[in-house]
Design a protein around this ligand. Structure first.
Ligand code: FE2
Ligand code: FE2
Length: 179
């Protein structure tokens, strides 16, 4: 066994205890390459003057993340009602990750989490999986654009990482839609 250490995710900024960084952040889903030893953490990297375009794009991203969090919460409850343990686990994990993305955005915007507005969903796993795919696809396209537009290296990295994470989700949905 290796030595137990503390790492931190550069995307959601949360700490993680383990021998090695995980392949995906258990909180925000970022790839393991975004983890650094906690001793090397430099908080000044997160203090910077933010451009108007990035502020606007972060606000748009926040809307997407809150809506997706509320959608996956609905899908999670629908699966629970159906006694579908796999669907429950999948949508719960997605809800947690999207909520973490909203939180990470709030840290950049330095505002508190607004109330989650309920979003409707289907009672059916396949339909919710299809809508999840559509939502992830929209998010990926928006974040790829936001990454290109960001003058700040921190936000370019942040949006690029979100593209990778939402692509994981897209692939998961696609896998579930294969008959
Ligand atoms: Fe993370
Ligand atoms: Fe997300």
């Amino acid at each position: 066994m290796g030595k137990i250490r503390v790492f931190r995710c550069k995307i959601c900024r949360d700490p993680y205890i383990g021998e090695e960084p995980p392949s995906r952040c258990p909180f925000c889903g970022a790839l393991g390459c975004y983890f650094i030893p906690a001793e090397e953490w430099n908080p000044s990297e997160y203090i910077f003057e933010m451009s108007d375009i990035s502020k606007a794009n972060l606000n748009a991203a926040l809307e997407l993340e809150l809506s997706n969090t509320a959608f996956y919460l609905c899908a999670m409850n629908a699966a629970k009602t159906n006694g579908d343990e796999y669907g429950y686990a999948k949508f719960k994990a997605l809800k947690k990750v999207e909520n973490e993305h909203a939180n990470a955005i709030l840290k950049f915007l330095k505002i508190n989490q607004p109330q989650l507005k309920p979003v409707p969903c289907s009672k059916n796993f396949e339909k919710n999986t299809q809508e999840g795919w559509d939502r992830e696809d929209r998010a990926i396209k928006a974040y790829a654009k936001f990454a290109k537009e960001a003058p700040e290296i921190q936000l370019r990295q942040f949006f690029e990482s979100l593209v990778e994470i939402e692509t994981d989700h897209l692939e998961l949905h696609a896998e579930n839609l294969k008959k």
